[in-house]
Design a protein around this ligand. Structure first.
Ligand SMILES: [Zn+2]
Length: 456
């Protein structure tokens, strides 16, 4: 029998974690945390697999909501094998060490969960085995009860460096988990390369299931609009703050800004970056001839950048004429982008540009949906404040549009689909539309704790 049990990230975005039982071999697909939640609440429901076979964890990519609870999974299952792409391993080494410091601060009031340590991360990283895209490897568990082996392989998901959809095969049956996936070209990456086959079961992310494709302008249009808007602010003695994820978005935005500056379209002003995002740029640079890049000659580290910590020393923001790329992407409390946003909000000449997904309960979401003159409250405990700066909204998504998701369904032509990683409205639209277009497919909306039998 092959069964599928969501432990997190089912009808929600955050703490992605799914358990596959393939004839006695226990496979964990991703092990993330919820970016907005703290303590035990932020983890997947590992208790659901406490008494099950847990043999191998396959990690699709190194975003927090797909990998950050891995150290806790290892605490519960110390003999688990962990596999990912070499690029995800390289990035995870930086991001997981970075999380150690954030966790120590966050968990002060949450004694039920102990922060993991740098030593644990060192051991964890050493134990991760890596496999290049499309390389097939065996993942049979200790109590595997079939003669046919279980194999797995990663397939370029076009989302961020190292991201891979995961193909699990056993006895002529195939299950493909997309992880986070993007078919379209971004500034750095050319887009996903799907396995060239029909699969039996597709576990499909639904991030943009509720968003009409027409709301996603072309990347060229969006780059032009961002350039024009930034020039306006910079010419009027303002500065631009762009909150970004350290992994993926910093590198994308840096590539876009530099491309526009080199073309002469965007004013050549100082770009401030820092922290783990800057370190991840070096991992991107090291891999530019290893995995598909649009332009392997482009080196992120060659883009002139100033240190973001210097911004905190500068009192008069408006004379800076600069662009600041600051984490976190959703302006979570106590992060650099949250701190800087408080200053930007007061500066009438400056602007905050939002460029990606915001969880509805984050300060970033409130800022993204505010306009100049509005009164907003960034957190439950903070004082309401008037938005004095400009707010501009852009879409540079690293996820497929819903049209893209449907074309994945069409190309892989599965008999069964399990919808994951989306809010209810997204999952509902995807489910409805798939059944309308492909009535012979069986569709499940994943729910945490609800097991789905994939094969009897
Ligand atoms: Zn992701």
């Amino acid at each position: 029998m092959i069964s599928f049990l969501p432990l997190g990230g089912a009808n929600d975005i955050g703490a992605s974690c799914y358990y596959l039982d393939v004839e006695g071999t226990g496979i964990v697909l991703d092990s993330g945390t919820h970016p907005r939640k703290i303590g035990l609440d932020s983890l997947p429901h590992f208790d659901l697999i406490r008494d099950k076979n847990v043999d191998v964890a396959l990690i699709s990519h190194a975003h927090q909501d797909h990998i950050d609870s891995l150290p806790y999974l290892v605490q519960h299952h110390p003999y688990i094998r962990i596999a990912t792409t070499p690029q995800t391993r390289g990035v995870a080494e930086l991001t997981l060490h970075n999380t150690v410091n954030i966790l120590a601060e966050q968990l002060k009031d949450h004694l039920e969960l102990r922060p993991y340590t740098h030593e644990e991360i060192d051991l964890l990283i050493q134990s991760i085995e890596w496999h290049a895209y499309t390389e097939q490897f065996t993942v049979n568990g200790y109590r595997h009860n079939s003669r046919d082996p279980v194999t797995a392989s990663f397939h370029d998901a076009g989302h961020i460096l190292g991201s891979g959809g995961i193909l699990v095969e056993h006895g002529g049956r195939s299950i493909f988990y997309t992880g986070d996936i993007n078919l379209e070209q971004q500034a750095i990456f050319p887009g996903a390369i799907l396995p060239n086959m029909k699969v039996d079961v597709l576990i499909l992310e639904c991030t943009h299931g509720a968003t009409e494709d027409s709301l996603f302008p072309s990347r060229d249009e969006e780059e032009t609009r961002l350039t024009r808007s930034a020039n306006n602010i910079l010419e009027n003695n303002g500065s631009v703050l762009i909150p970004v994820f350290a992994l993926g978005k910093v590198q994308e935005m840096l590539a876009i800004l530099w491309r526009q500056m080199v073309k002469g379209s965007l004013a050549k002003v100082d770009i401030y970056t820092g922290g783990v995002g800057k370190k991840i740029c070096k991992v991107y640079d090291r891999n530019r001839f290893v995995v598909p890049y649009n332009d392997p000659e482009f080196v992120l580290d060659d883009v002139p950048q100033k240190d973001i910590y210097d911004i905190e020393q500068i009192e008069d923001l408006s004379r800076q004429h600069c662009i600041v790329l600051a984490g976190s992407g959703m302006m979570i409390e106590r992060t650099m982008s949250f701190k800087l946003a408080q200053r930007w909000l007061q500066d009438t000449k400056s602007a905050i540009f939002t460029v990606g997904y915001m969880d509805p309960e984050t300060p970033g979401f409130r800022i993204r949906h505010a306009n100049k003159g509005d009164l907003i409250q960034l957190t439950k405990t903070s004082e309401p404040q008037t938005v004095r700066c400009n707010i501009d909204r852009f879409r540079f998504s690293a996820h497929s549009t819903r049209g893209g998701l449907l074309s994945i369904v069409e190309r892989l032509n599965p008999g069964m689909i399990v919808l994951v990683h989306g809010e209810n409205t997204s999952v509902d639209w995807m489910g409805y539309t798939i059944l309308k277009n492909f009535p012979y497919m069986k569709v499940h909306g994943a729910e945490v704790g609800k097991q789905v039998t994939l094969f009897e």
